[in-house]
Design a protein around this ligand. Structure first.
Ligand SMILES: [Zn+2]
Length: 400
């Protein structure tokens, strides 16, 4: 079964050549892209979709979310907007509600959030555990996440639960909890921040998870300068996320991780910016422009979570990145598609094995496409707040 999408006014591929094609067409065959080029030269297909002069871009790759939770934190948000400062402690409210919710309801809630994201153009999603914070609840969060999203990250090291000693809890995260979640997860993450996990504790978590064969990510430098970025680079983490407060040494370390041999066999650490979270916590926006100018690849992600960023709108993140972080539309769309894929190690694939690349439009890549109700991607920033998602294909299947 093949589908030809034709009469595309602007096809923003985000492929290796950064191509933007006018009057273009794409052919989907099964779950993969089998052809792209000029509409006038398109081959025949079983089915034809007339884009009617709309723009098509890669589906968003949301590389940082926390979707496995129950409960509500509206009151905390109201208090913060009324002037109370954000600290790392509100997670306990969500942990309590999540532990008291059945598997069935947690799954239903997670799938509802995924549906909401996909209907806005997101086609590849990561999510984290981290609201269970005991062995059984972290394991079931990981198990549920694995049924709901594409990539699962173990975040037992989100916060030390009330009444527990930080060192003892770190032992648990590195030991029995890691063993329990291991079958369901590909990644591990640690919240390295004042009020969360110290440098030494973070180092222990990263070491144990790396030894267990997991890829690494770090929440770092959100509330102030700290060791998060340096740890991420030292351990060859795929990404360090938040990055609001960076020293010149942090920027240099991130740029250096992409140039030449780092000695750890890894290709580099992506800086993941979370502008919706920054606005919702009234933190300074992450320095995405400066990072790009320094040669650091960046990703944009929603950080969808009930405490600090209750939105899965990647368009909102892209709009903010253009209007307030001084990225071009092309750079912002790239960070929200190819950049997310890079942060998840999914930017390239093997067409033969079916491990398909996501986050860009090229032959052999997964057919994850986002058609806007606009003639160009520029409208995402030119018409902020307007819901522009017209149609979505996820792994070749029409999802909206
Ligand atoms: Zn997060």
């Amino acid at each position: 079964m093949s589908t030809l999408l034709t009469n595309i006014a602007e096809l923003m591929t985000q492929d290796m050549e950064h191509r933007v094609l006018k009057n273009a067409a794409v052919v989907i065959e099964g779950e993969r892209i089998s052809w792209i080029g000029a509409a006038a030269e398109a081959p025949a297909a079983d089915d034809v979709v007339d884009a009617g002069g709309r723009a098509v871009l890669p589906g968003w790759v949301d590389s940082h979310t926390h979707l496995i939770f129950a409960g509500d934190r509206t009151a905390e948000f109201e208090a913060r907007m009324a002037g109370e400062s954000y600290s790392a402690g509100g997670i306990a409210v969500t942990t309590g509600a999540t532990r008291n919710t059945s598997d069935y309801d947690l799954t239903r809630l997670a799938l509802g959030r995924v549906t909401e994201a996909v209907s806005q153009g997101t086609t590849y999603l990561e999510t984290k555990t981290g609201y269970g914070l005991d062995v059984d609840n972290e394991a079931r969060s990981a198990r549920i996440a694995a049924t709901a999203v594409d990539e699962v990250t173990y975040l037992g090291a989100h916060l030390v639960p009330d009444g527990m000693d930080a060192e003892e809890y770190t032992d648990l995260v590195c030991g029995p909890m890691l063993t329990a979640v291991r079958p369901y997860v590909r990644w591990a993450d640690v919240f390295c921040e004042r009020g969360a996990f110290s440098e030494e504790q973070s180092r222990r978590v990263l070491k144990a998870c790396k030894d267990a064969g997991l890829g690494l990510r770090v929440h770092g430098n959100q509330l102030g300068e700290g060791p998060g970025v340096q740890l991420a680079v030292e351990f060859g983490a795929a990404s360090v996320d938040h990055v609001n407060y960076l020293s010149q040494a942090d920027v240099d370390a991130l740029a250096g991780s992409w140039s030449g041999d780092t000695g750890n066999g890894h290709r580099g650490t992506v800086a993941t910016c979370l502008p919706a979270c920054d606005l919702s916590t009234r933190q300074p926006l992450a320095p995405g422009r400066e990072l790009l100018d320094a040669g650091v690849p960046i990703a944009l992600a929603s950080n969808c979570n009930p405490g600090t960023s209750y939105t899965s709108s990647m368009a909102y993140c892209v709009t903010t990145a253009v209007l307030q972080m001084r990225l071009s539309v092309h750079e912002a769309v790239r960070a929200a598609s190819y950049g997310g894929a890079l942060a998840l190690g999914r930017e390239s694939g093997n067409d033969v094995d079916g491990e398909r690349a996501v986050g860009s439009i090229a032959v052999g890549h997964r057919a994850d496409l986002h058609m806007l109700n606009a003639p160009s991607a520029t409208h995402l920033a030119y018409r902020p707040g307007i819901p522009l998602t017209h149609a979505v294909w996820r792994a070749g299947a029409r999802a909206k």
